[in-house]
Design a protein around this ligand. Structure first.
Ligand code: GLV
Ligand code: GLV
Length: 327
């Protein structure tokens, strides 16, 4: 029997790919940069399964092409699947796999690290020292903001938002959260209070984004929202870059209508090399690494492969972003 073909858009954990290669024939893009769209398009007609990354645009054209051939499953090493036309996959009865849950604590750890780093100017200070600038100790040198006891505003209150609220307990913070659809079951989380988006923006010292990217969250932090934030407040984004208007953010940071920002995600990624935000000292930008602990990324890869093998064996995906296809 011929082995099913799995198209893989980036190489990862060789021992996992070797294991998969025992039962599948792999076509792997091995470069560090994502493959061009046409590479995926060229190989998709032969593929029974696709393992993709959030850097790949899997649009309706690709899904229709795969579906017209042998494609049985799309499995992504990420929890967010906004780069995949999931609706189109659902129409074609193609399950889309993702990796929810496993990266929750790792991502919250990193969001927390960004919050602490932005508040206490960790990166700015370390960069100065690495450039041989050691400002003499002085009462006002490199002063930042306290985190302990402050108000944390969480936009999106899924697994990661809740993990942030748990961390906030240890810092005796007041926690506010907003999500477009109020979920009564969240009322039992005693240290977090549901508020309107406007109230959250007005009252929080730290505003951290943990929503999925959707038509309603796209651009949700723009000029008007930034204007509501306190001049001392700090914005953290470990969700998706497209939730923030980065030109409006630049203006707010430059004019100090907010104090600082820390962004692990951008729109587009990578950030364009001449982007004005790169000229500011009060912003930290990291290259989409919030879930990047070795253990978590390994487990995400394991889940991705479990999804592939389930589909190739005619079973429902254990971690499915469009489970309605099984109804
Ligand atoms: C990372 O951003 C993910 O969605 O897993
Ligand atoms: C992601 O896993 C979330 O639900 O926040």
């Amino acid at each position: 029997m011929t082995k099913p073909v799995v198209l893989v858009t980036r190489s990862f954990f060789p021992e996992l790919l070797q294991q998969l290669a025992e039962t599948c024939s792999l076509v792997v893009w091995t470069e560090e940069n994502p493959p061009p769209y046409d590479w995926i398009k060229g190989h998709l007609p032969q593929a029974d399964a696709l393992i993709c990354m959030l850097t790949d645009k899997i649009d309706p054209e690709l899904i229709t092409l795969g579906s017209a051939n042998h494609l049985k499953v799309i499995s992504q090493i990420a929890v967010g699947v906004d780069n995949i036309a999931v609706g189109s996959a659902t129409d074609h009865k193609i399950p889309v796999g993702h990796t929810p849950g496993v990266l929750t604590e790792t991502t919250a750890d990193f969001a927390w690290a960004l919050m602490m780093a932005a508040a206490r100017r960790v990166v700015e200070s370390a960069v100065e020292v690495s450039h041989n600038i050691w400002r003499p100790w002085g009462p006002e040198v490199l002063c930042g903001a306290d985190v302990y006891g402050k108000t944390l505003g969480l936009i999106g209150f899924g697994r990661i938002g809740k993990a942030m609220a748990r961390r906030a307990e240890g810092f005796e913070m007041k926690v506010l959260y907003y999500e477009p659809r109020y979920k009564p079951e969240n009322a039992s989380i005693s240290n977090a209070q549901y508020v309107s988006l406007d109230d959250l923006l007005c009252e929080s010292d730290f505003v951290s984004l943990h929503a999925y990217l959707s038509d309603s969250s796209r651009g949700m932090i723009g000029k008007a929202q930034l204007a509501m934030m306190k001049p001392s407040s700090i914005l953290i984004n470990t969700g998706r870059g497209a939730m923030v208007d980065h030109i409006a953010l630049y203006d707010a940071l430059k004019n100090r209508t907010i104090a600082a920002a820390a962004l692990d995600v951008f729109d587009p990624e990578p950030i364009p090399e001449n982007h004005p935000l790169l000229s500011l000292h009060n912003v930290i930008i990291t290259p989409h690494i919030a879930s990047a602990s070795t253990a978590t990324r390994h487990q995400m890869a394991v889940m991705t492969i479990e999804n592939i093998l389930a589909a190739l064996n005619g079973k429902p995906l254990p971690y499915c972003a469009n489970p309605e296809i099984y109804k």
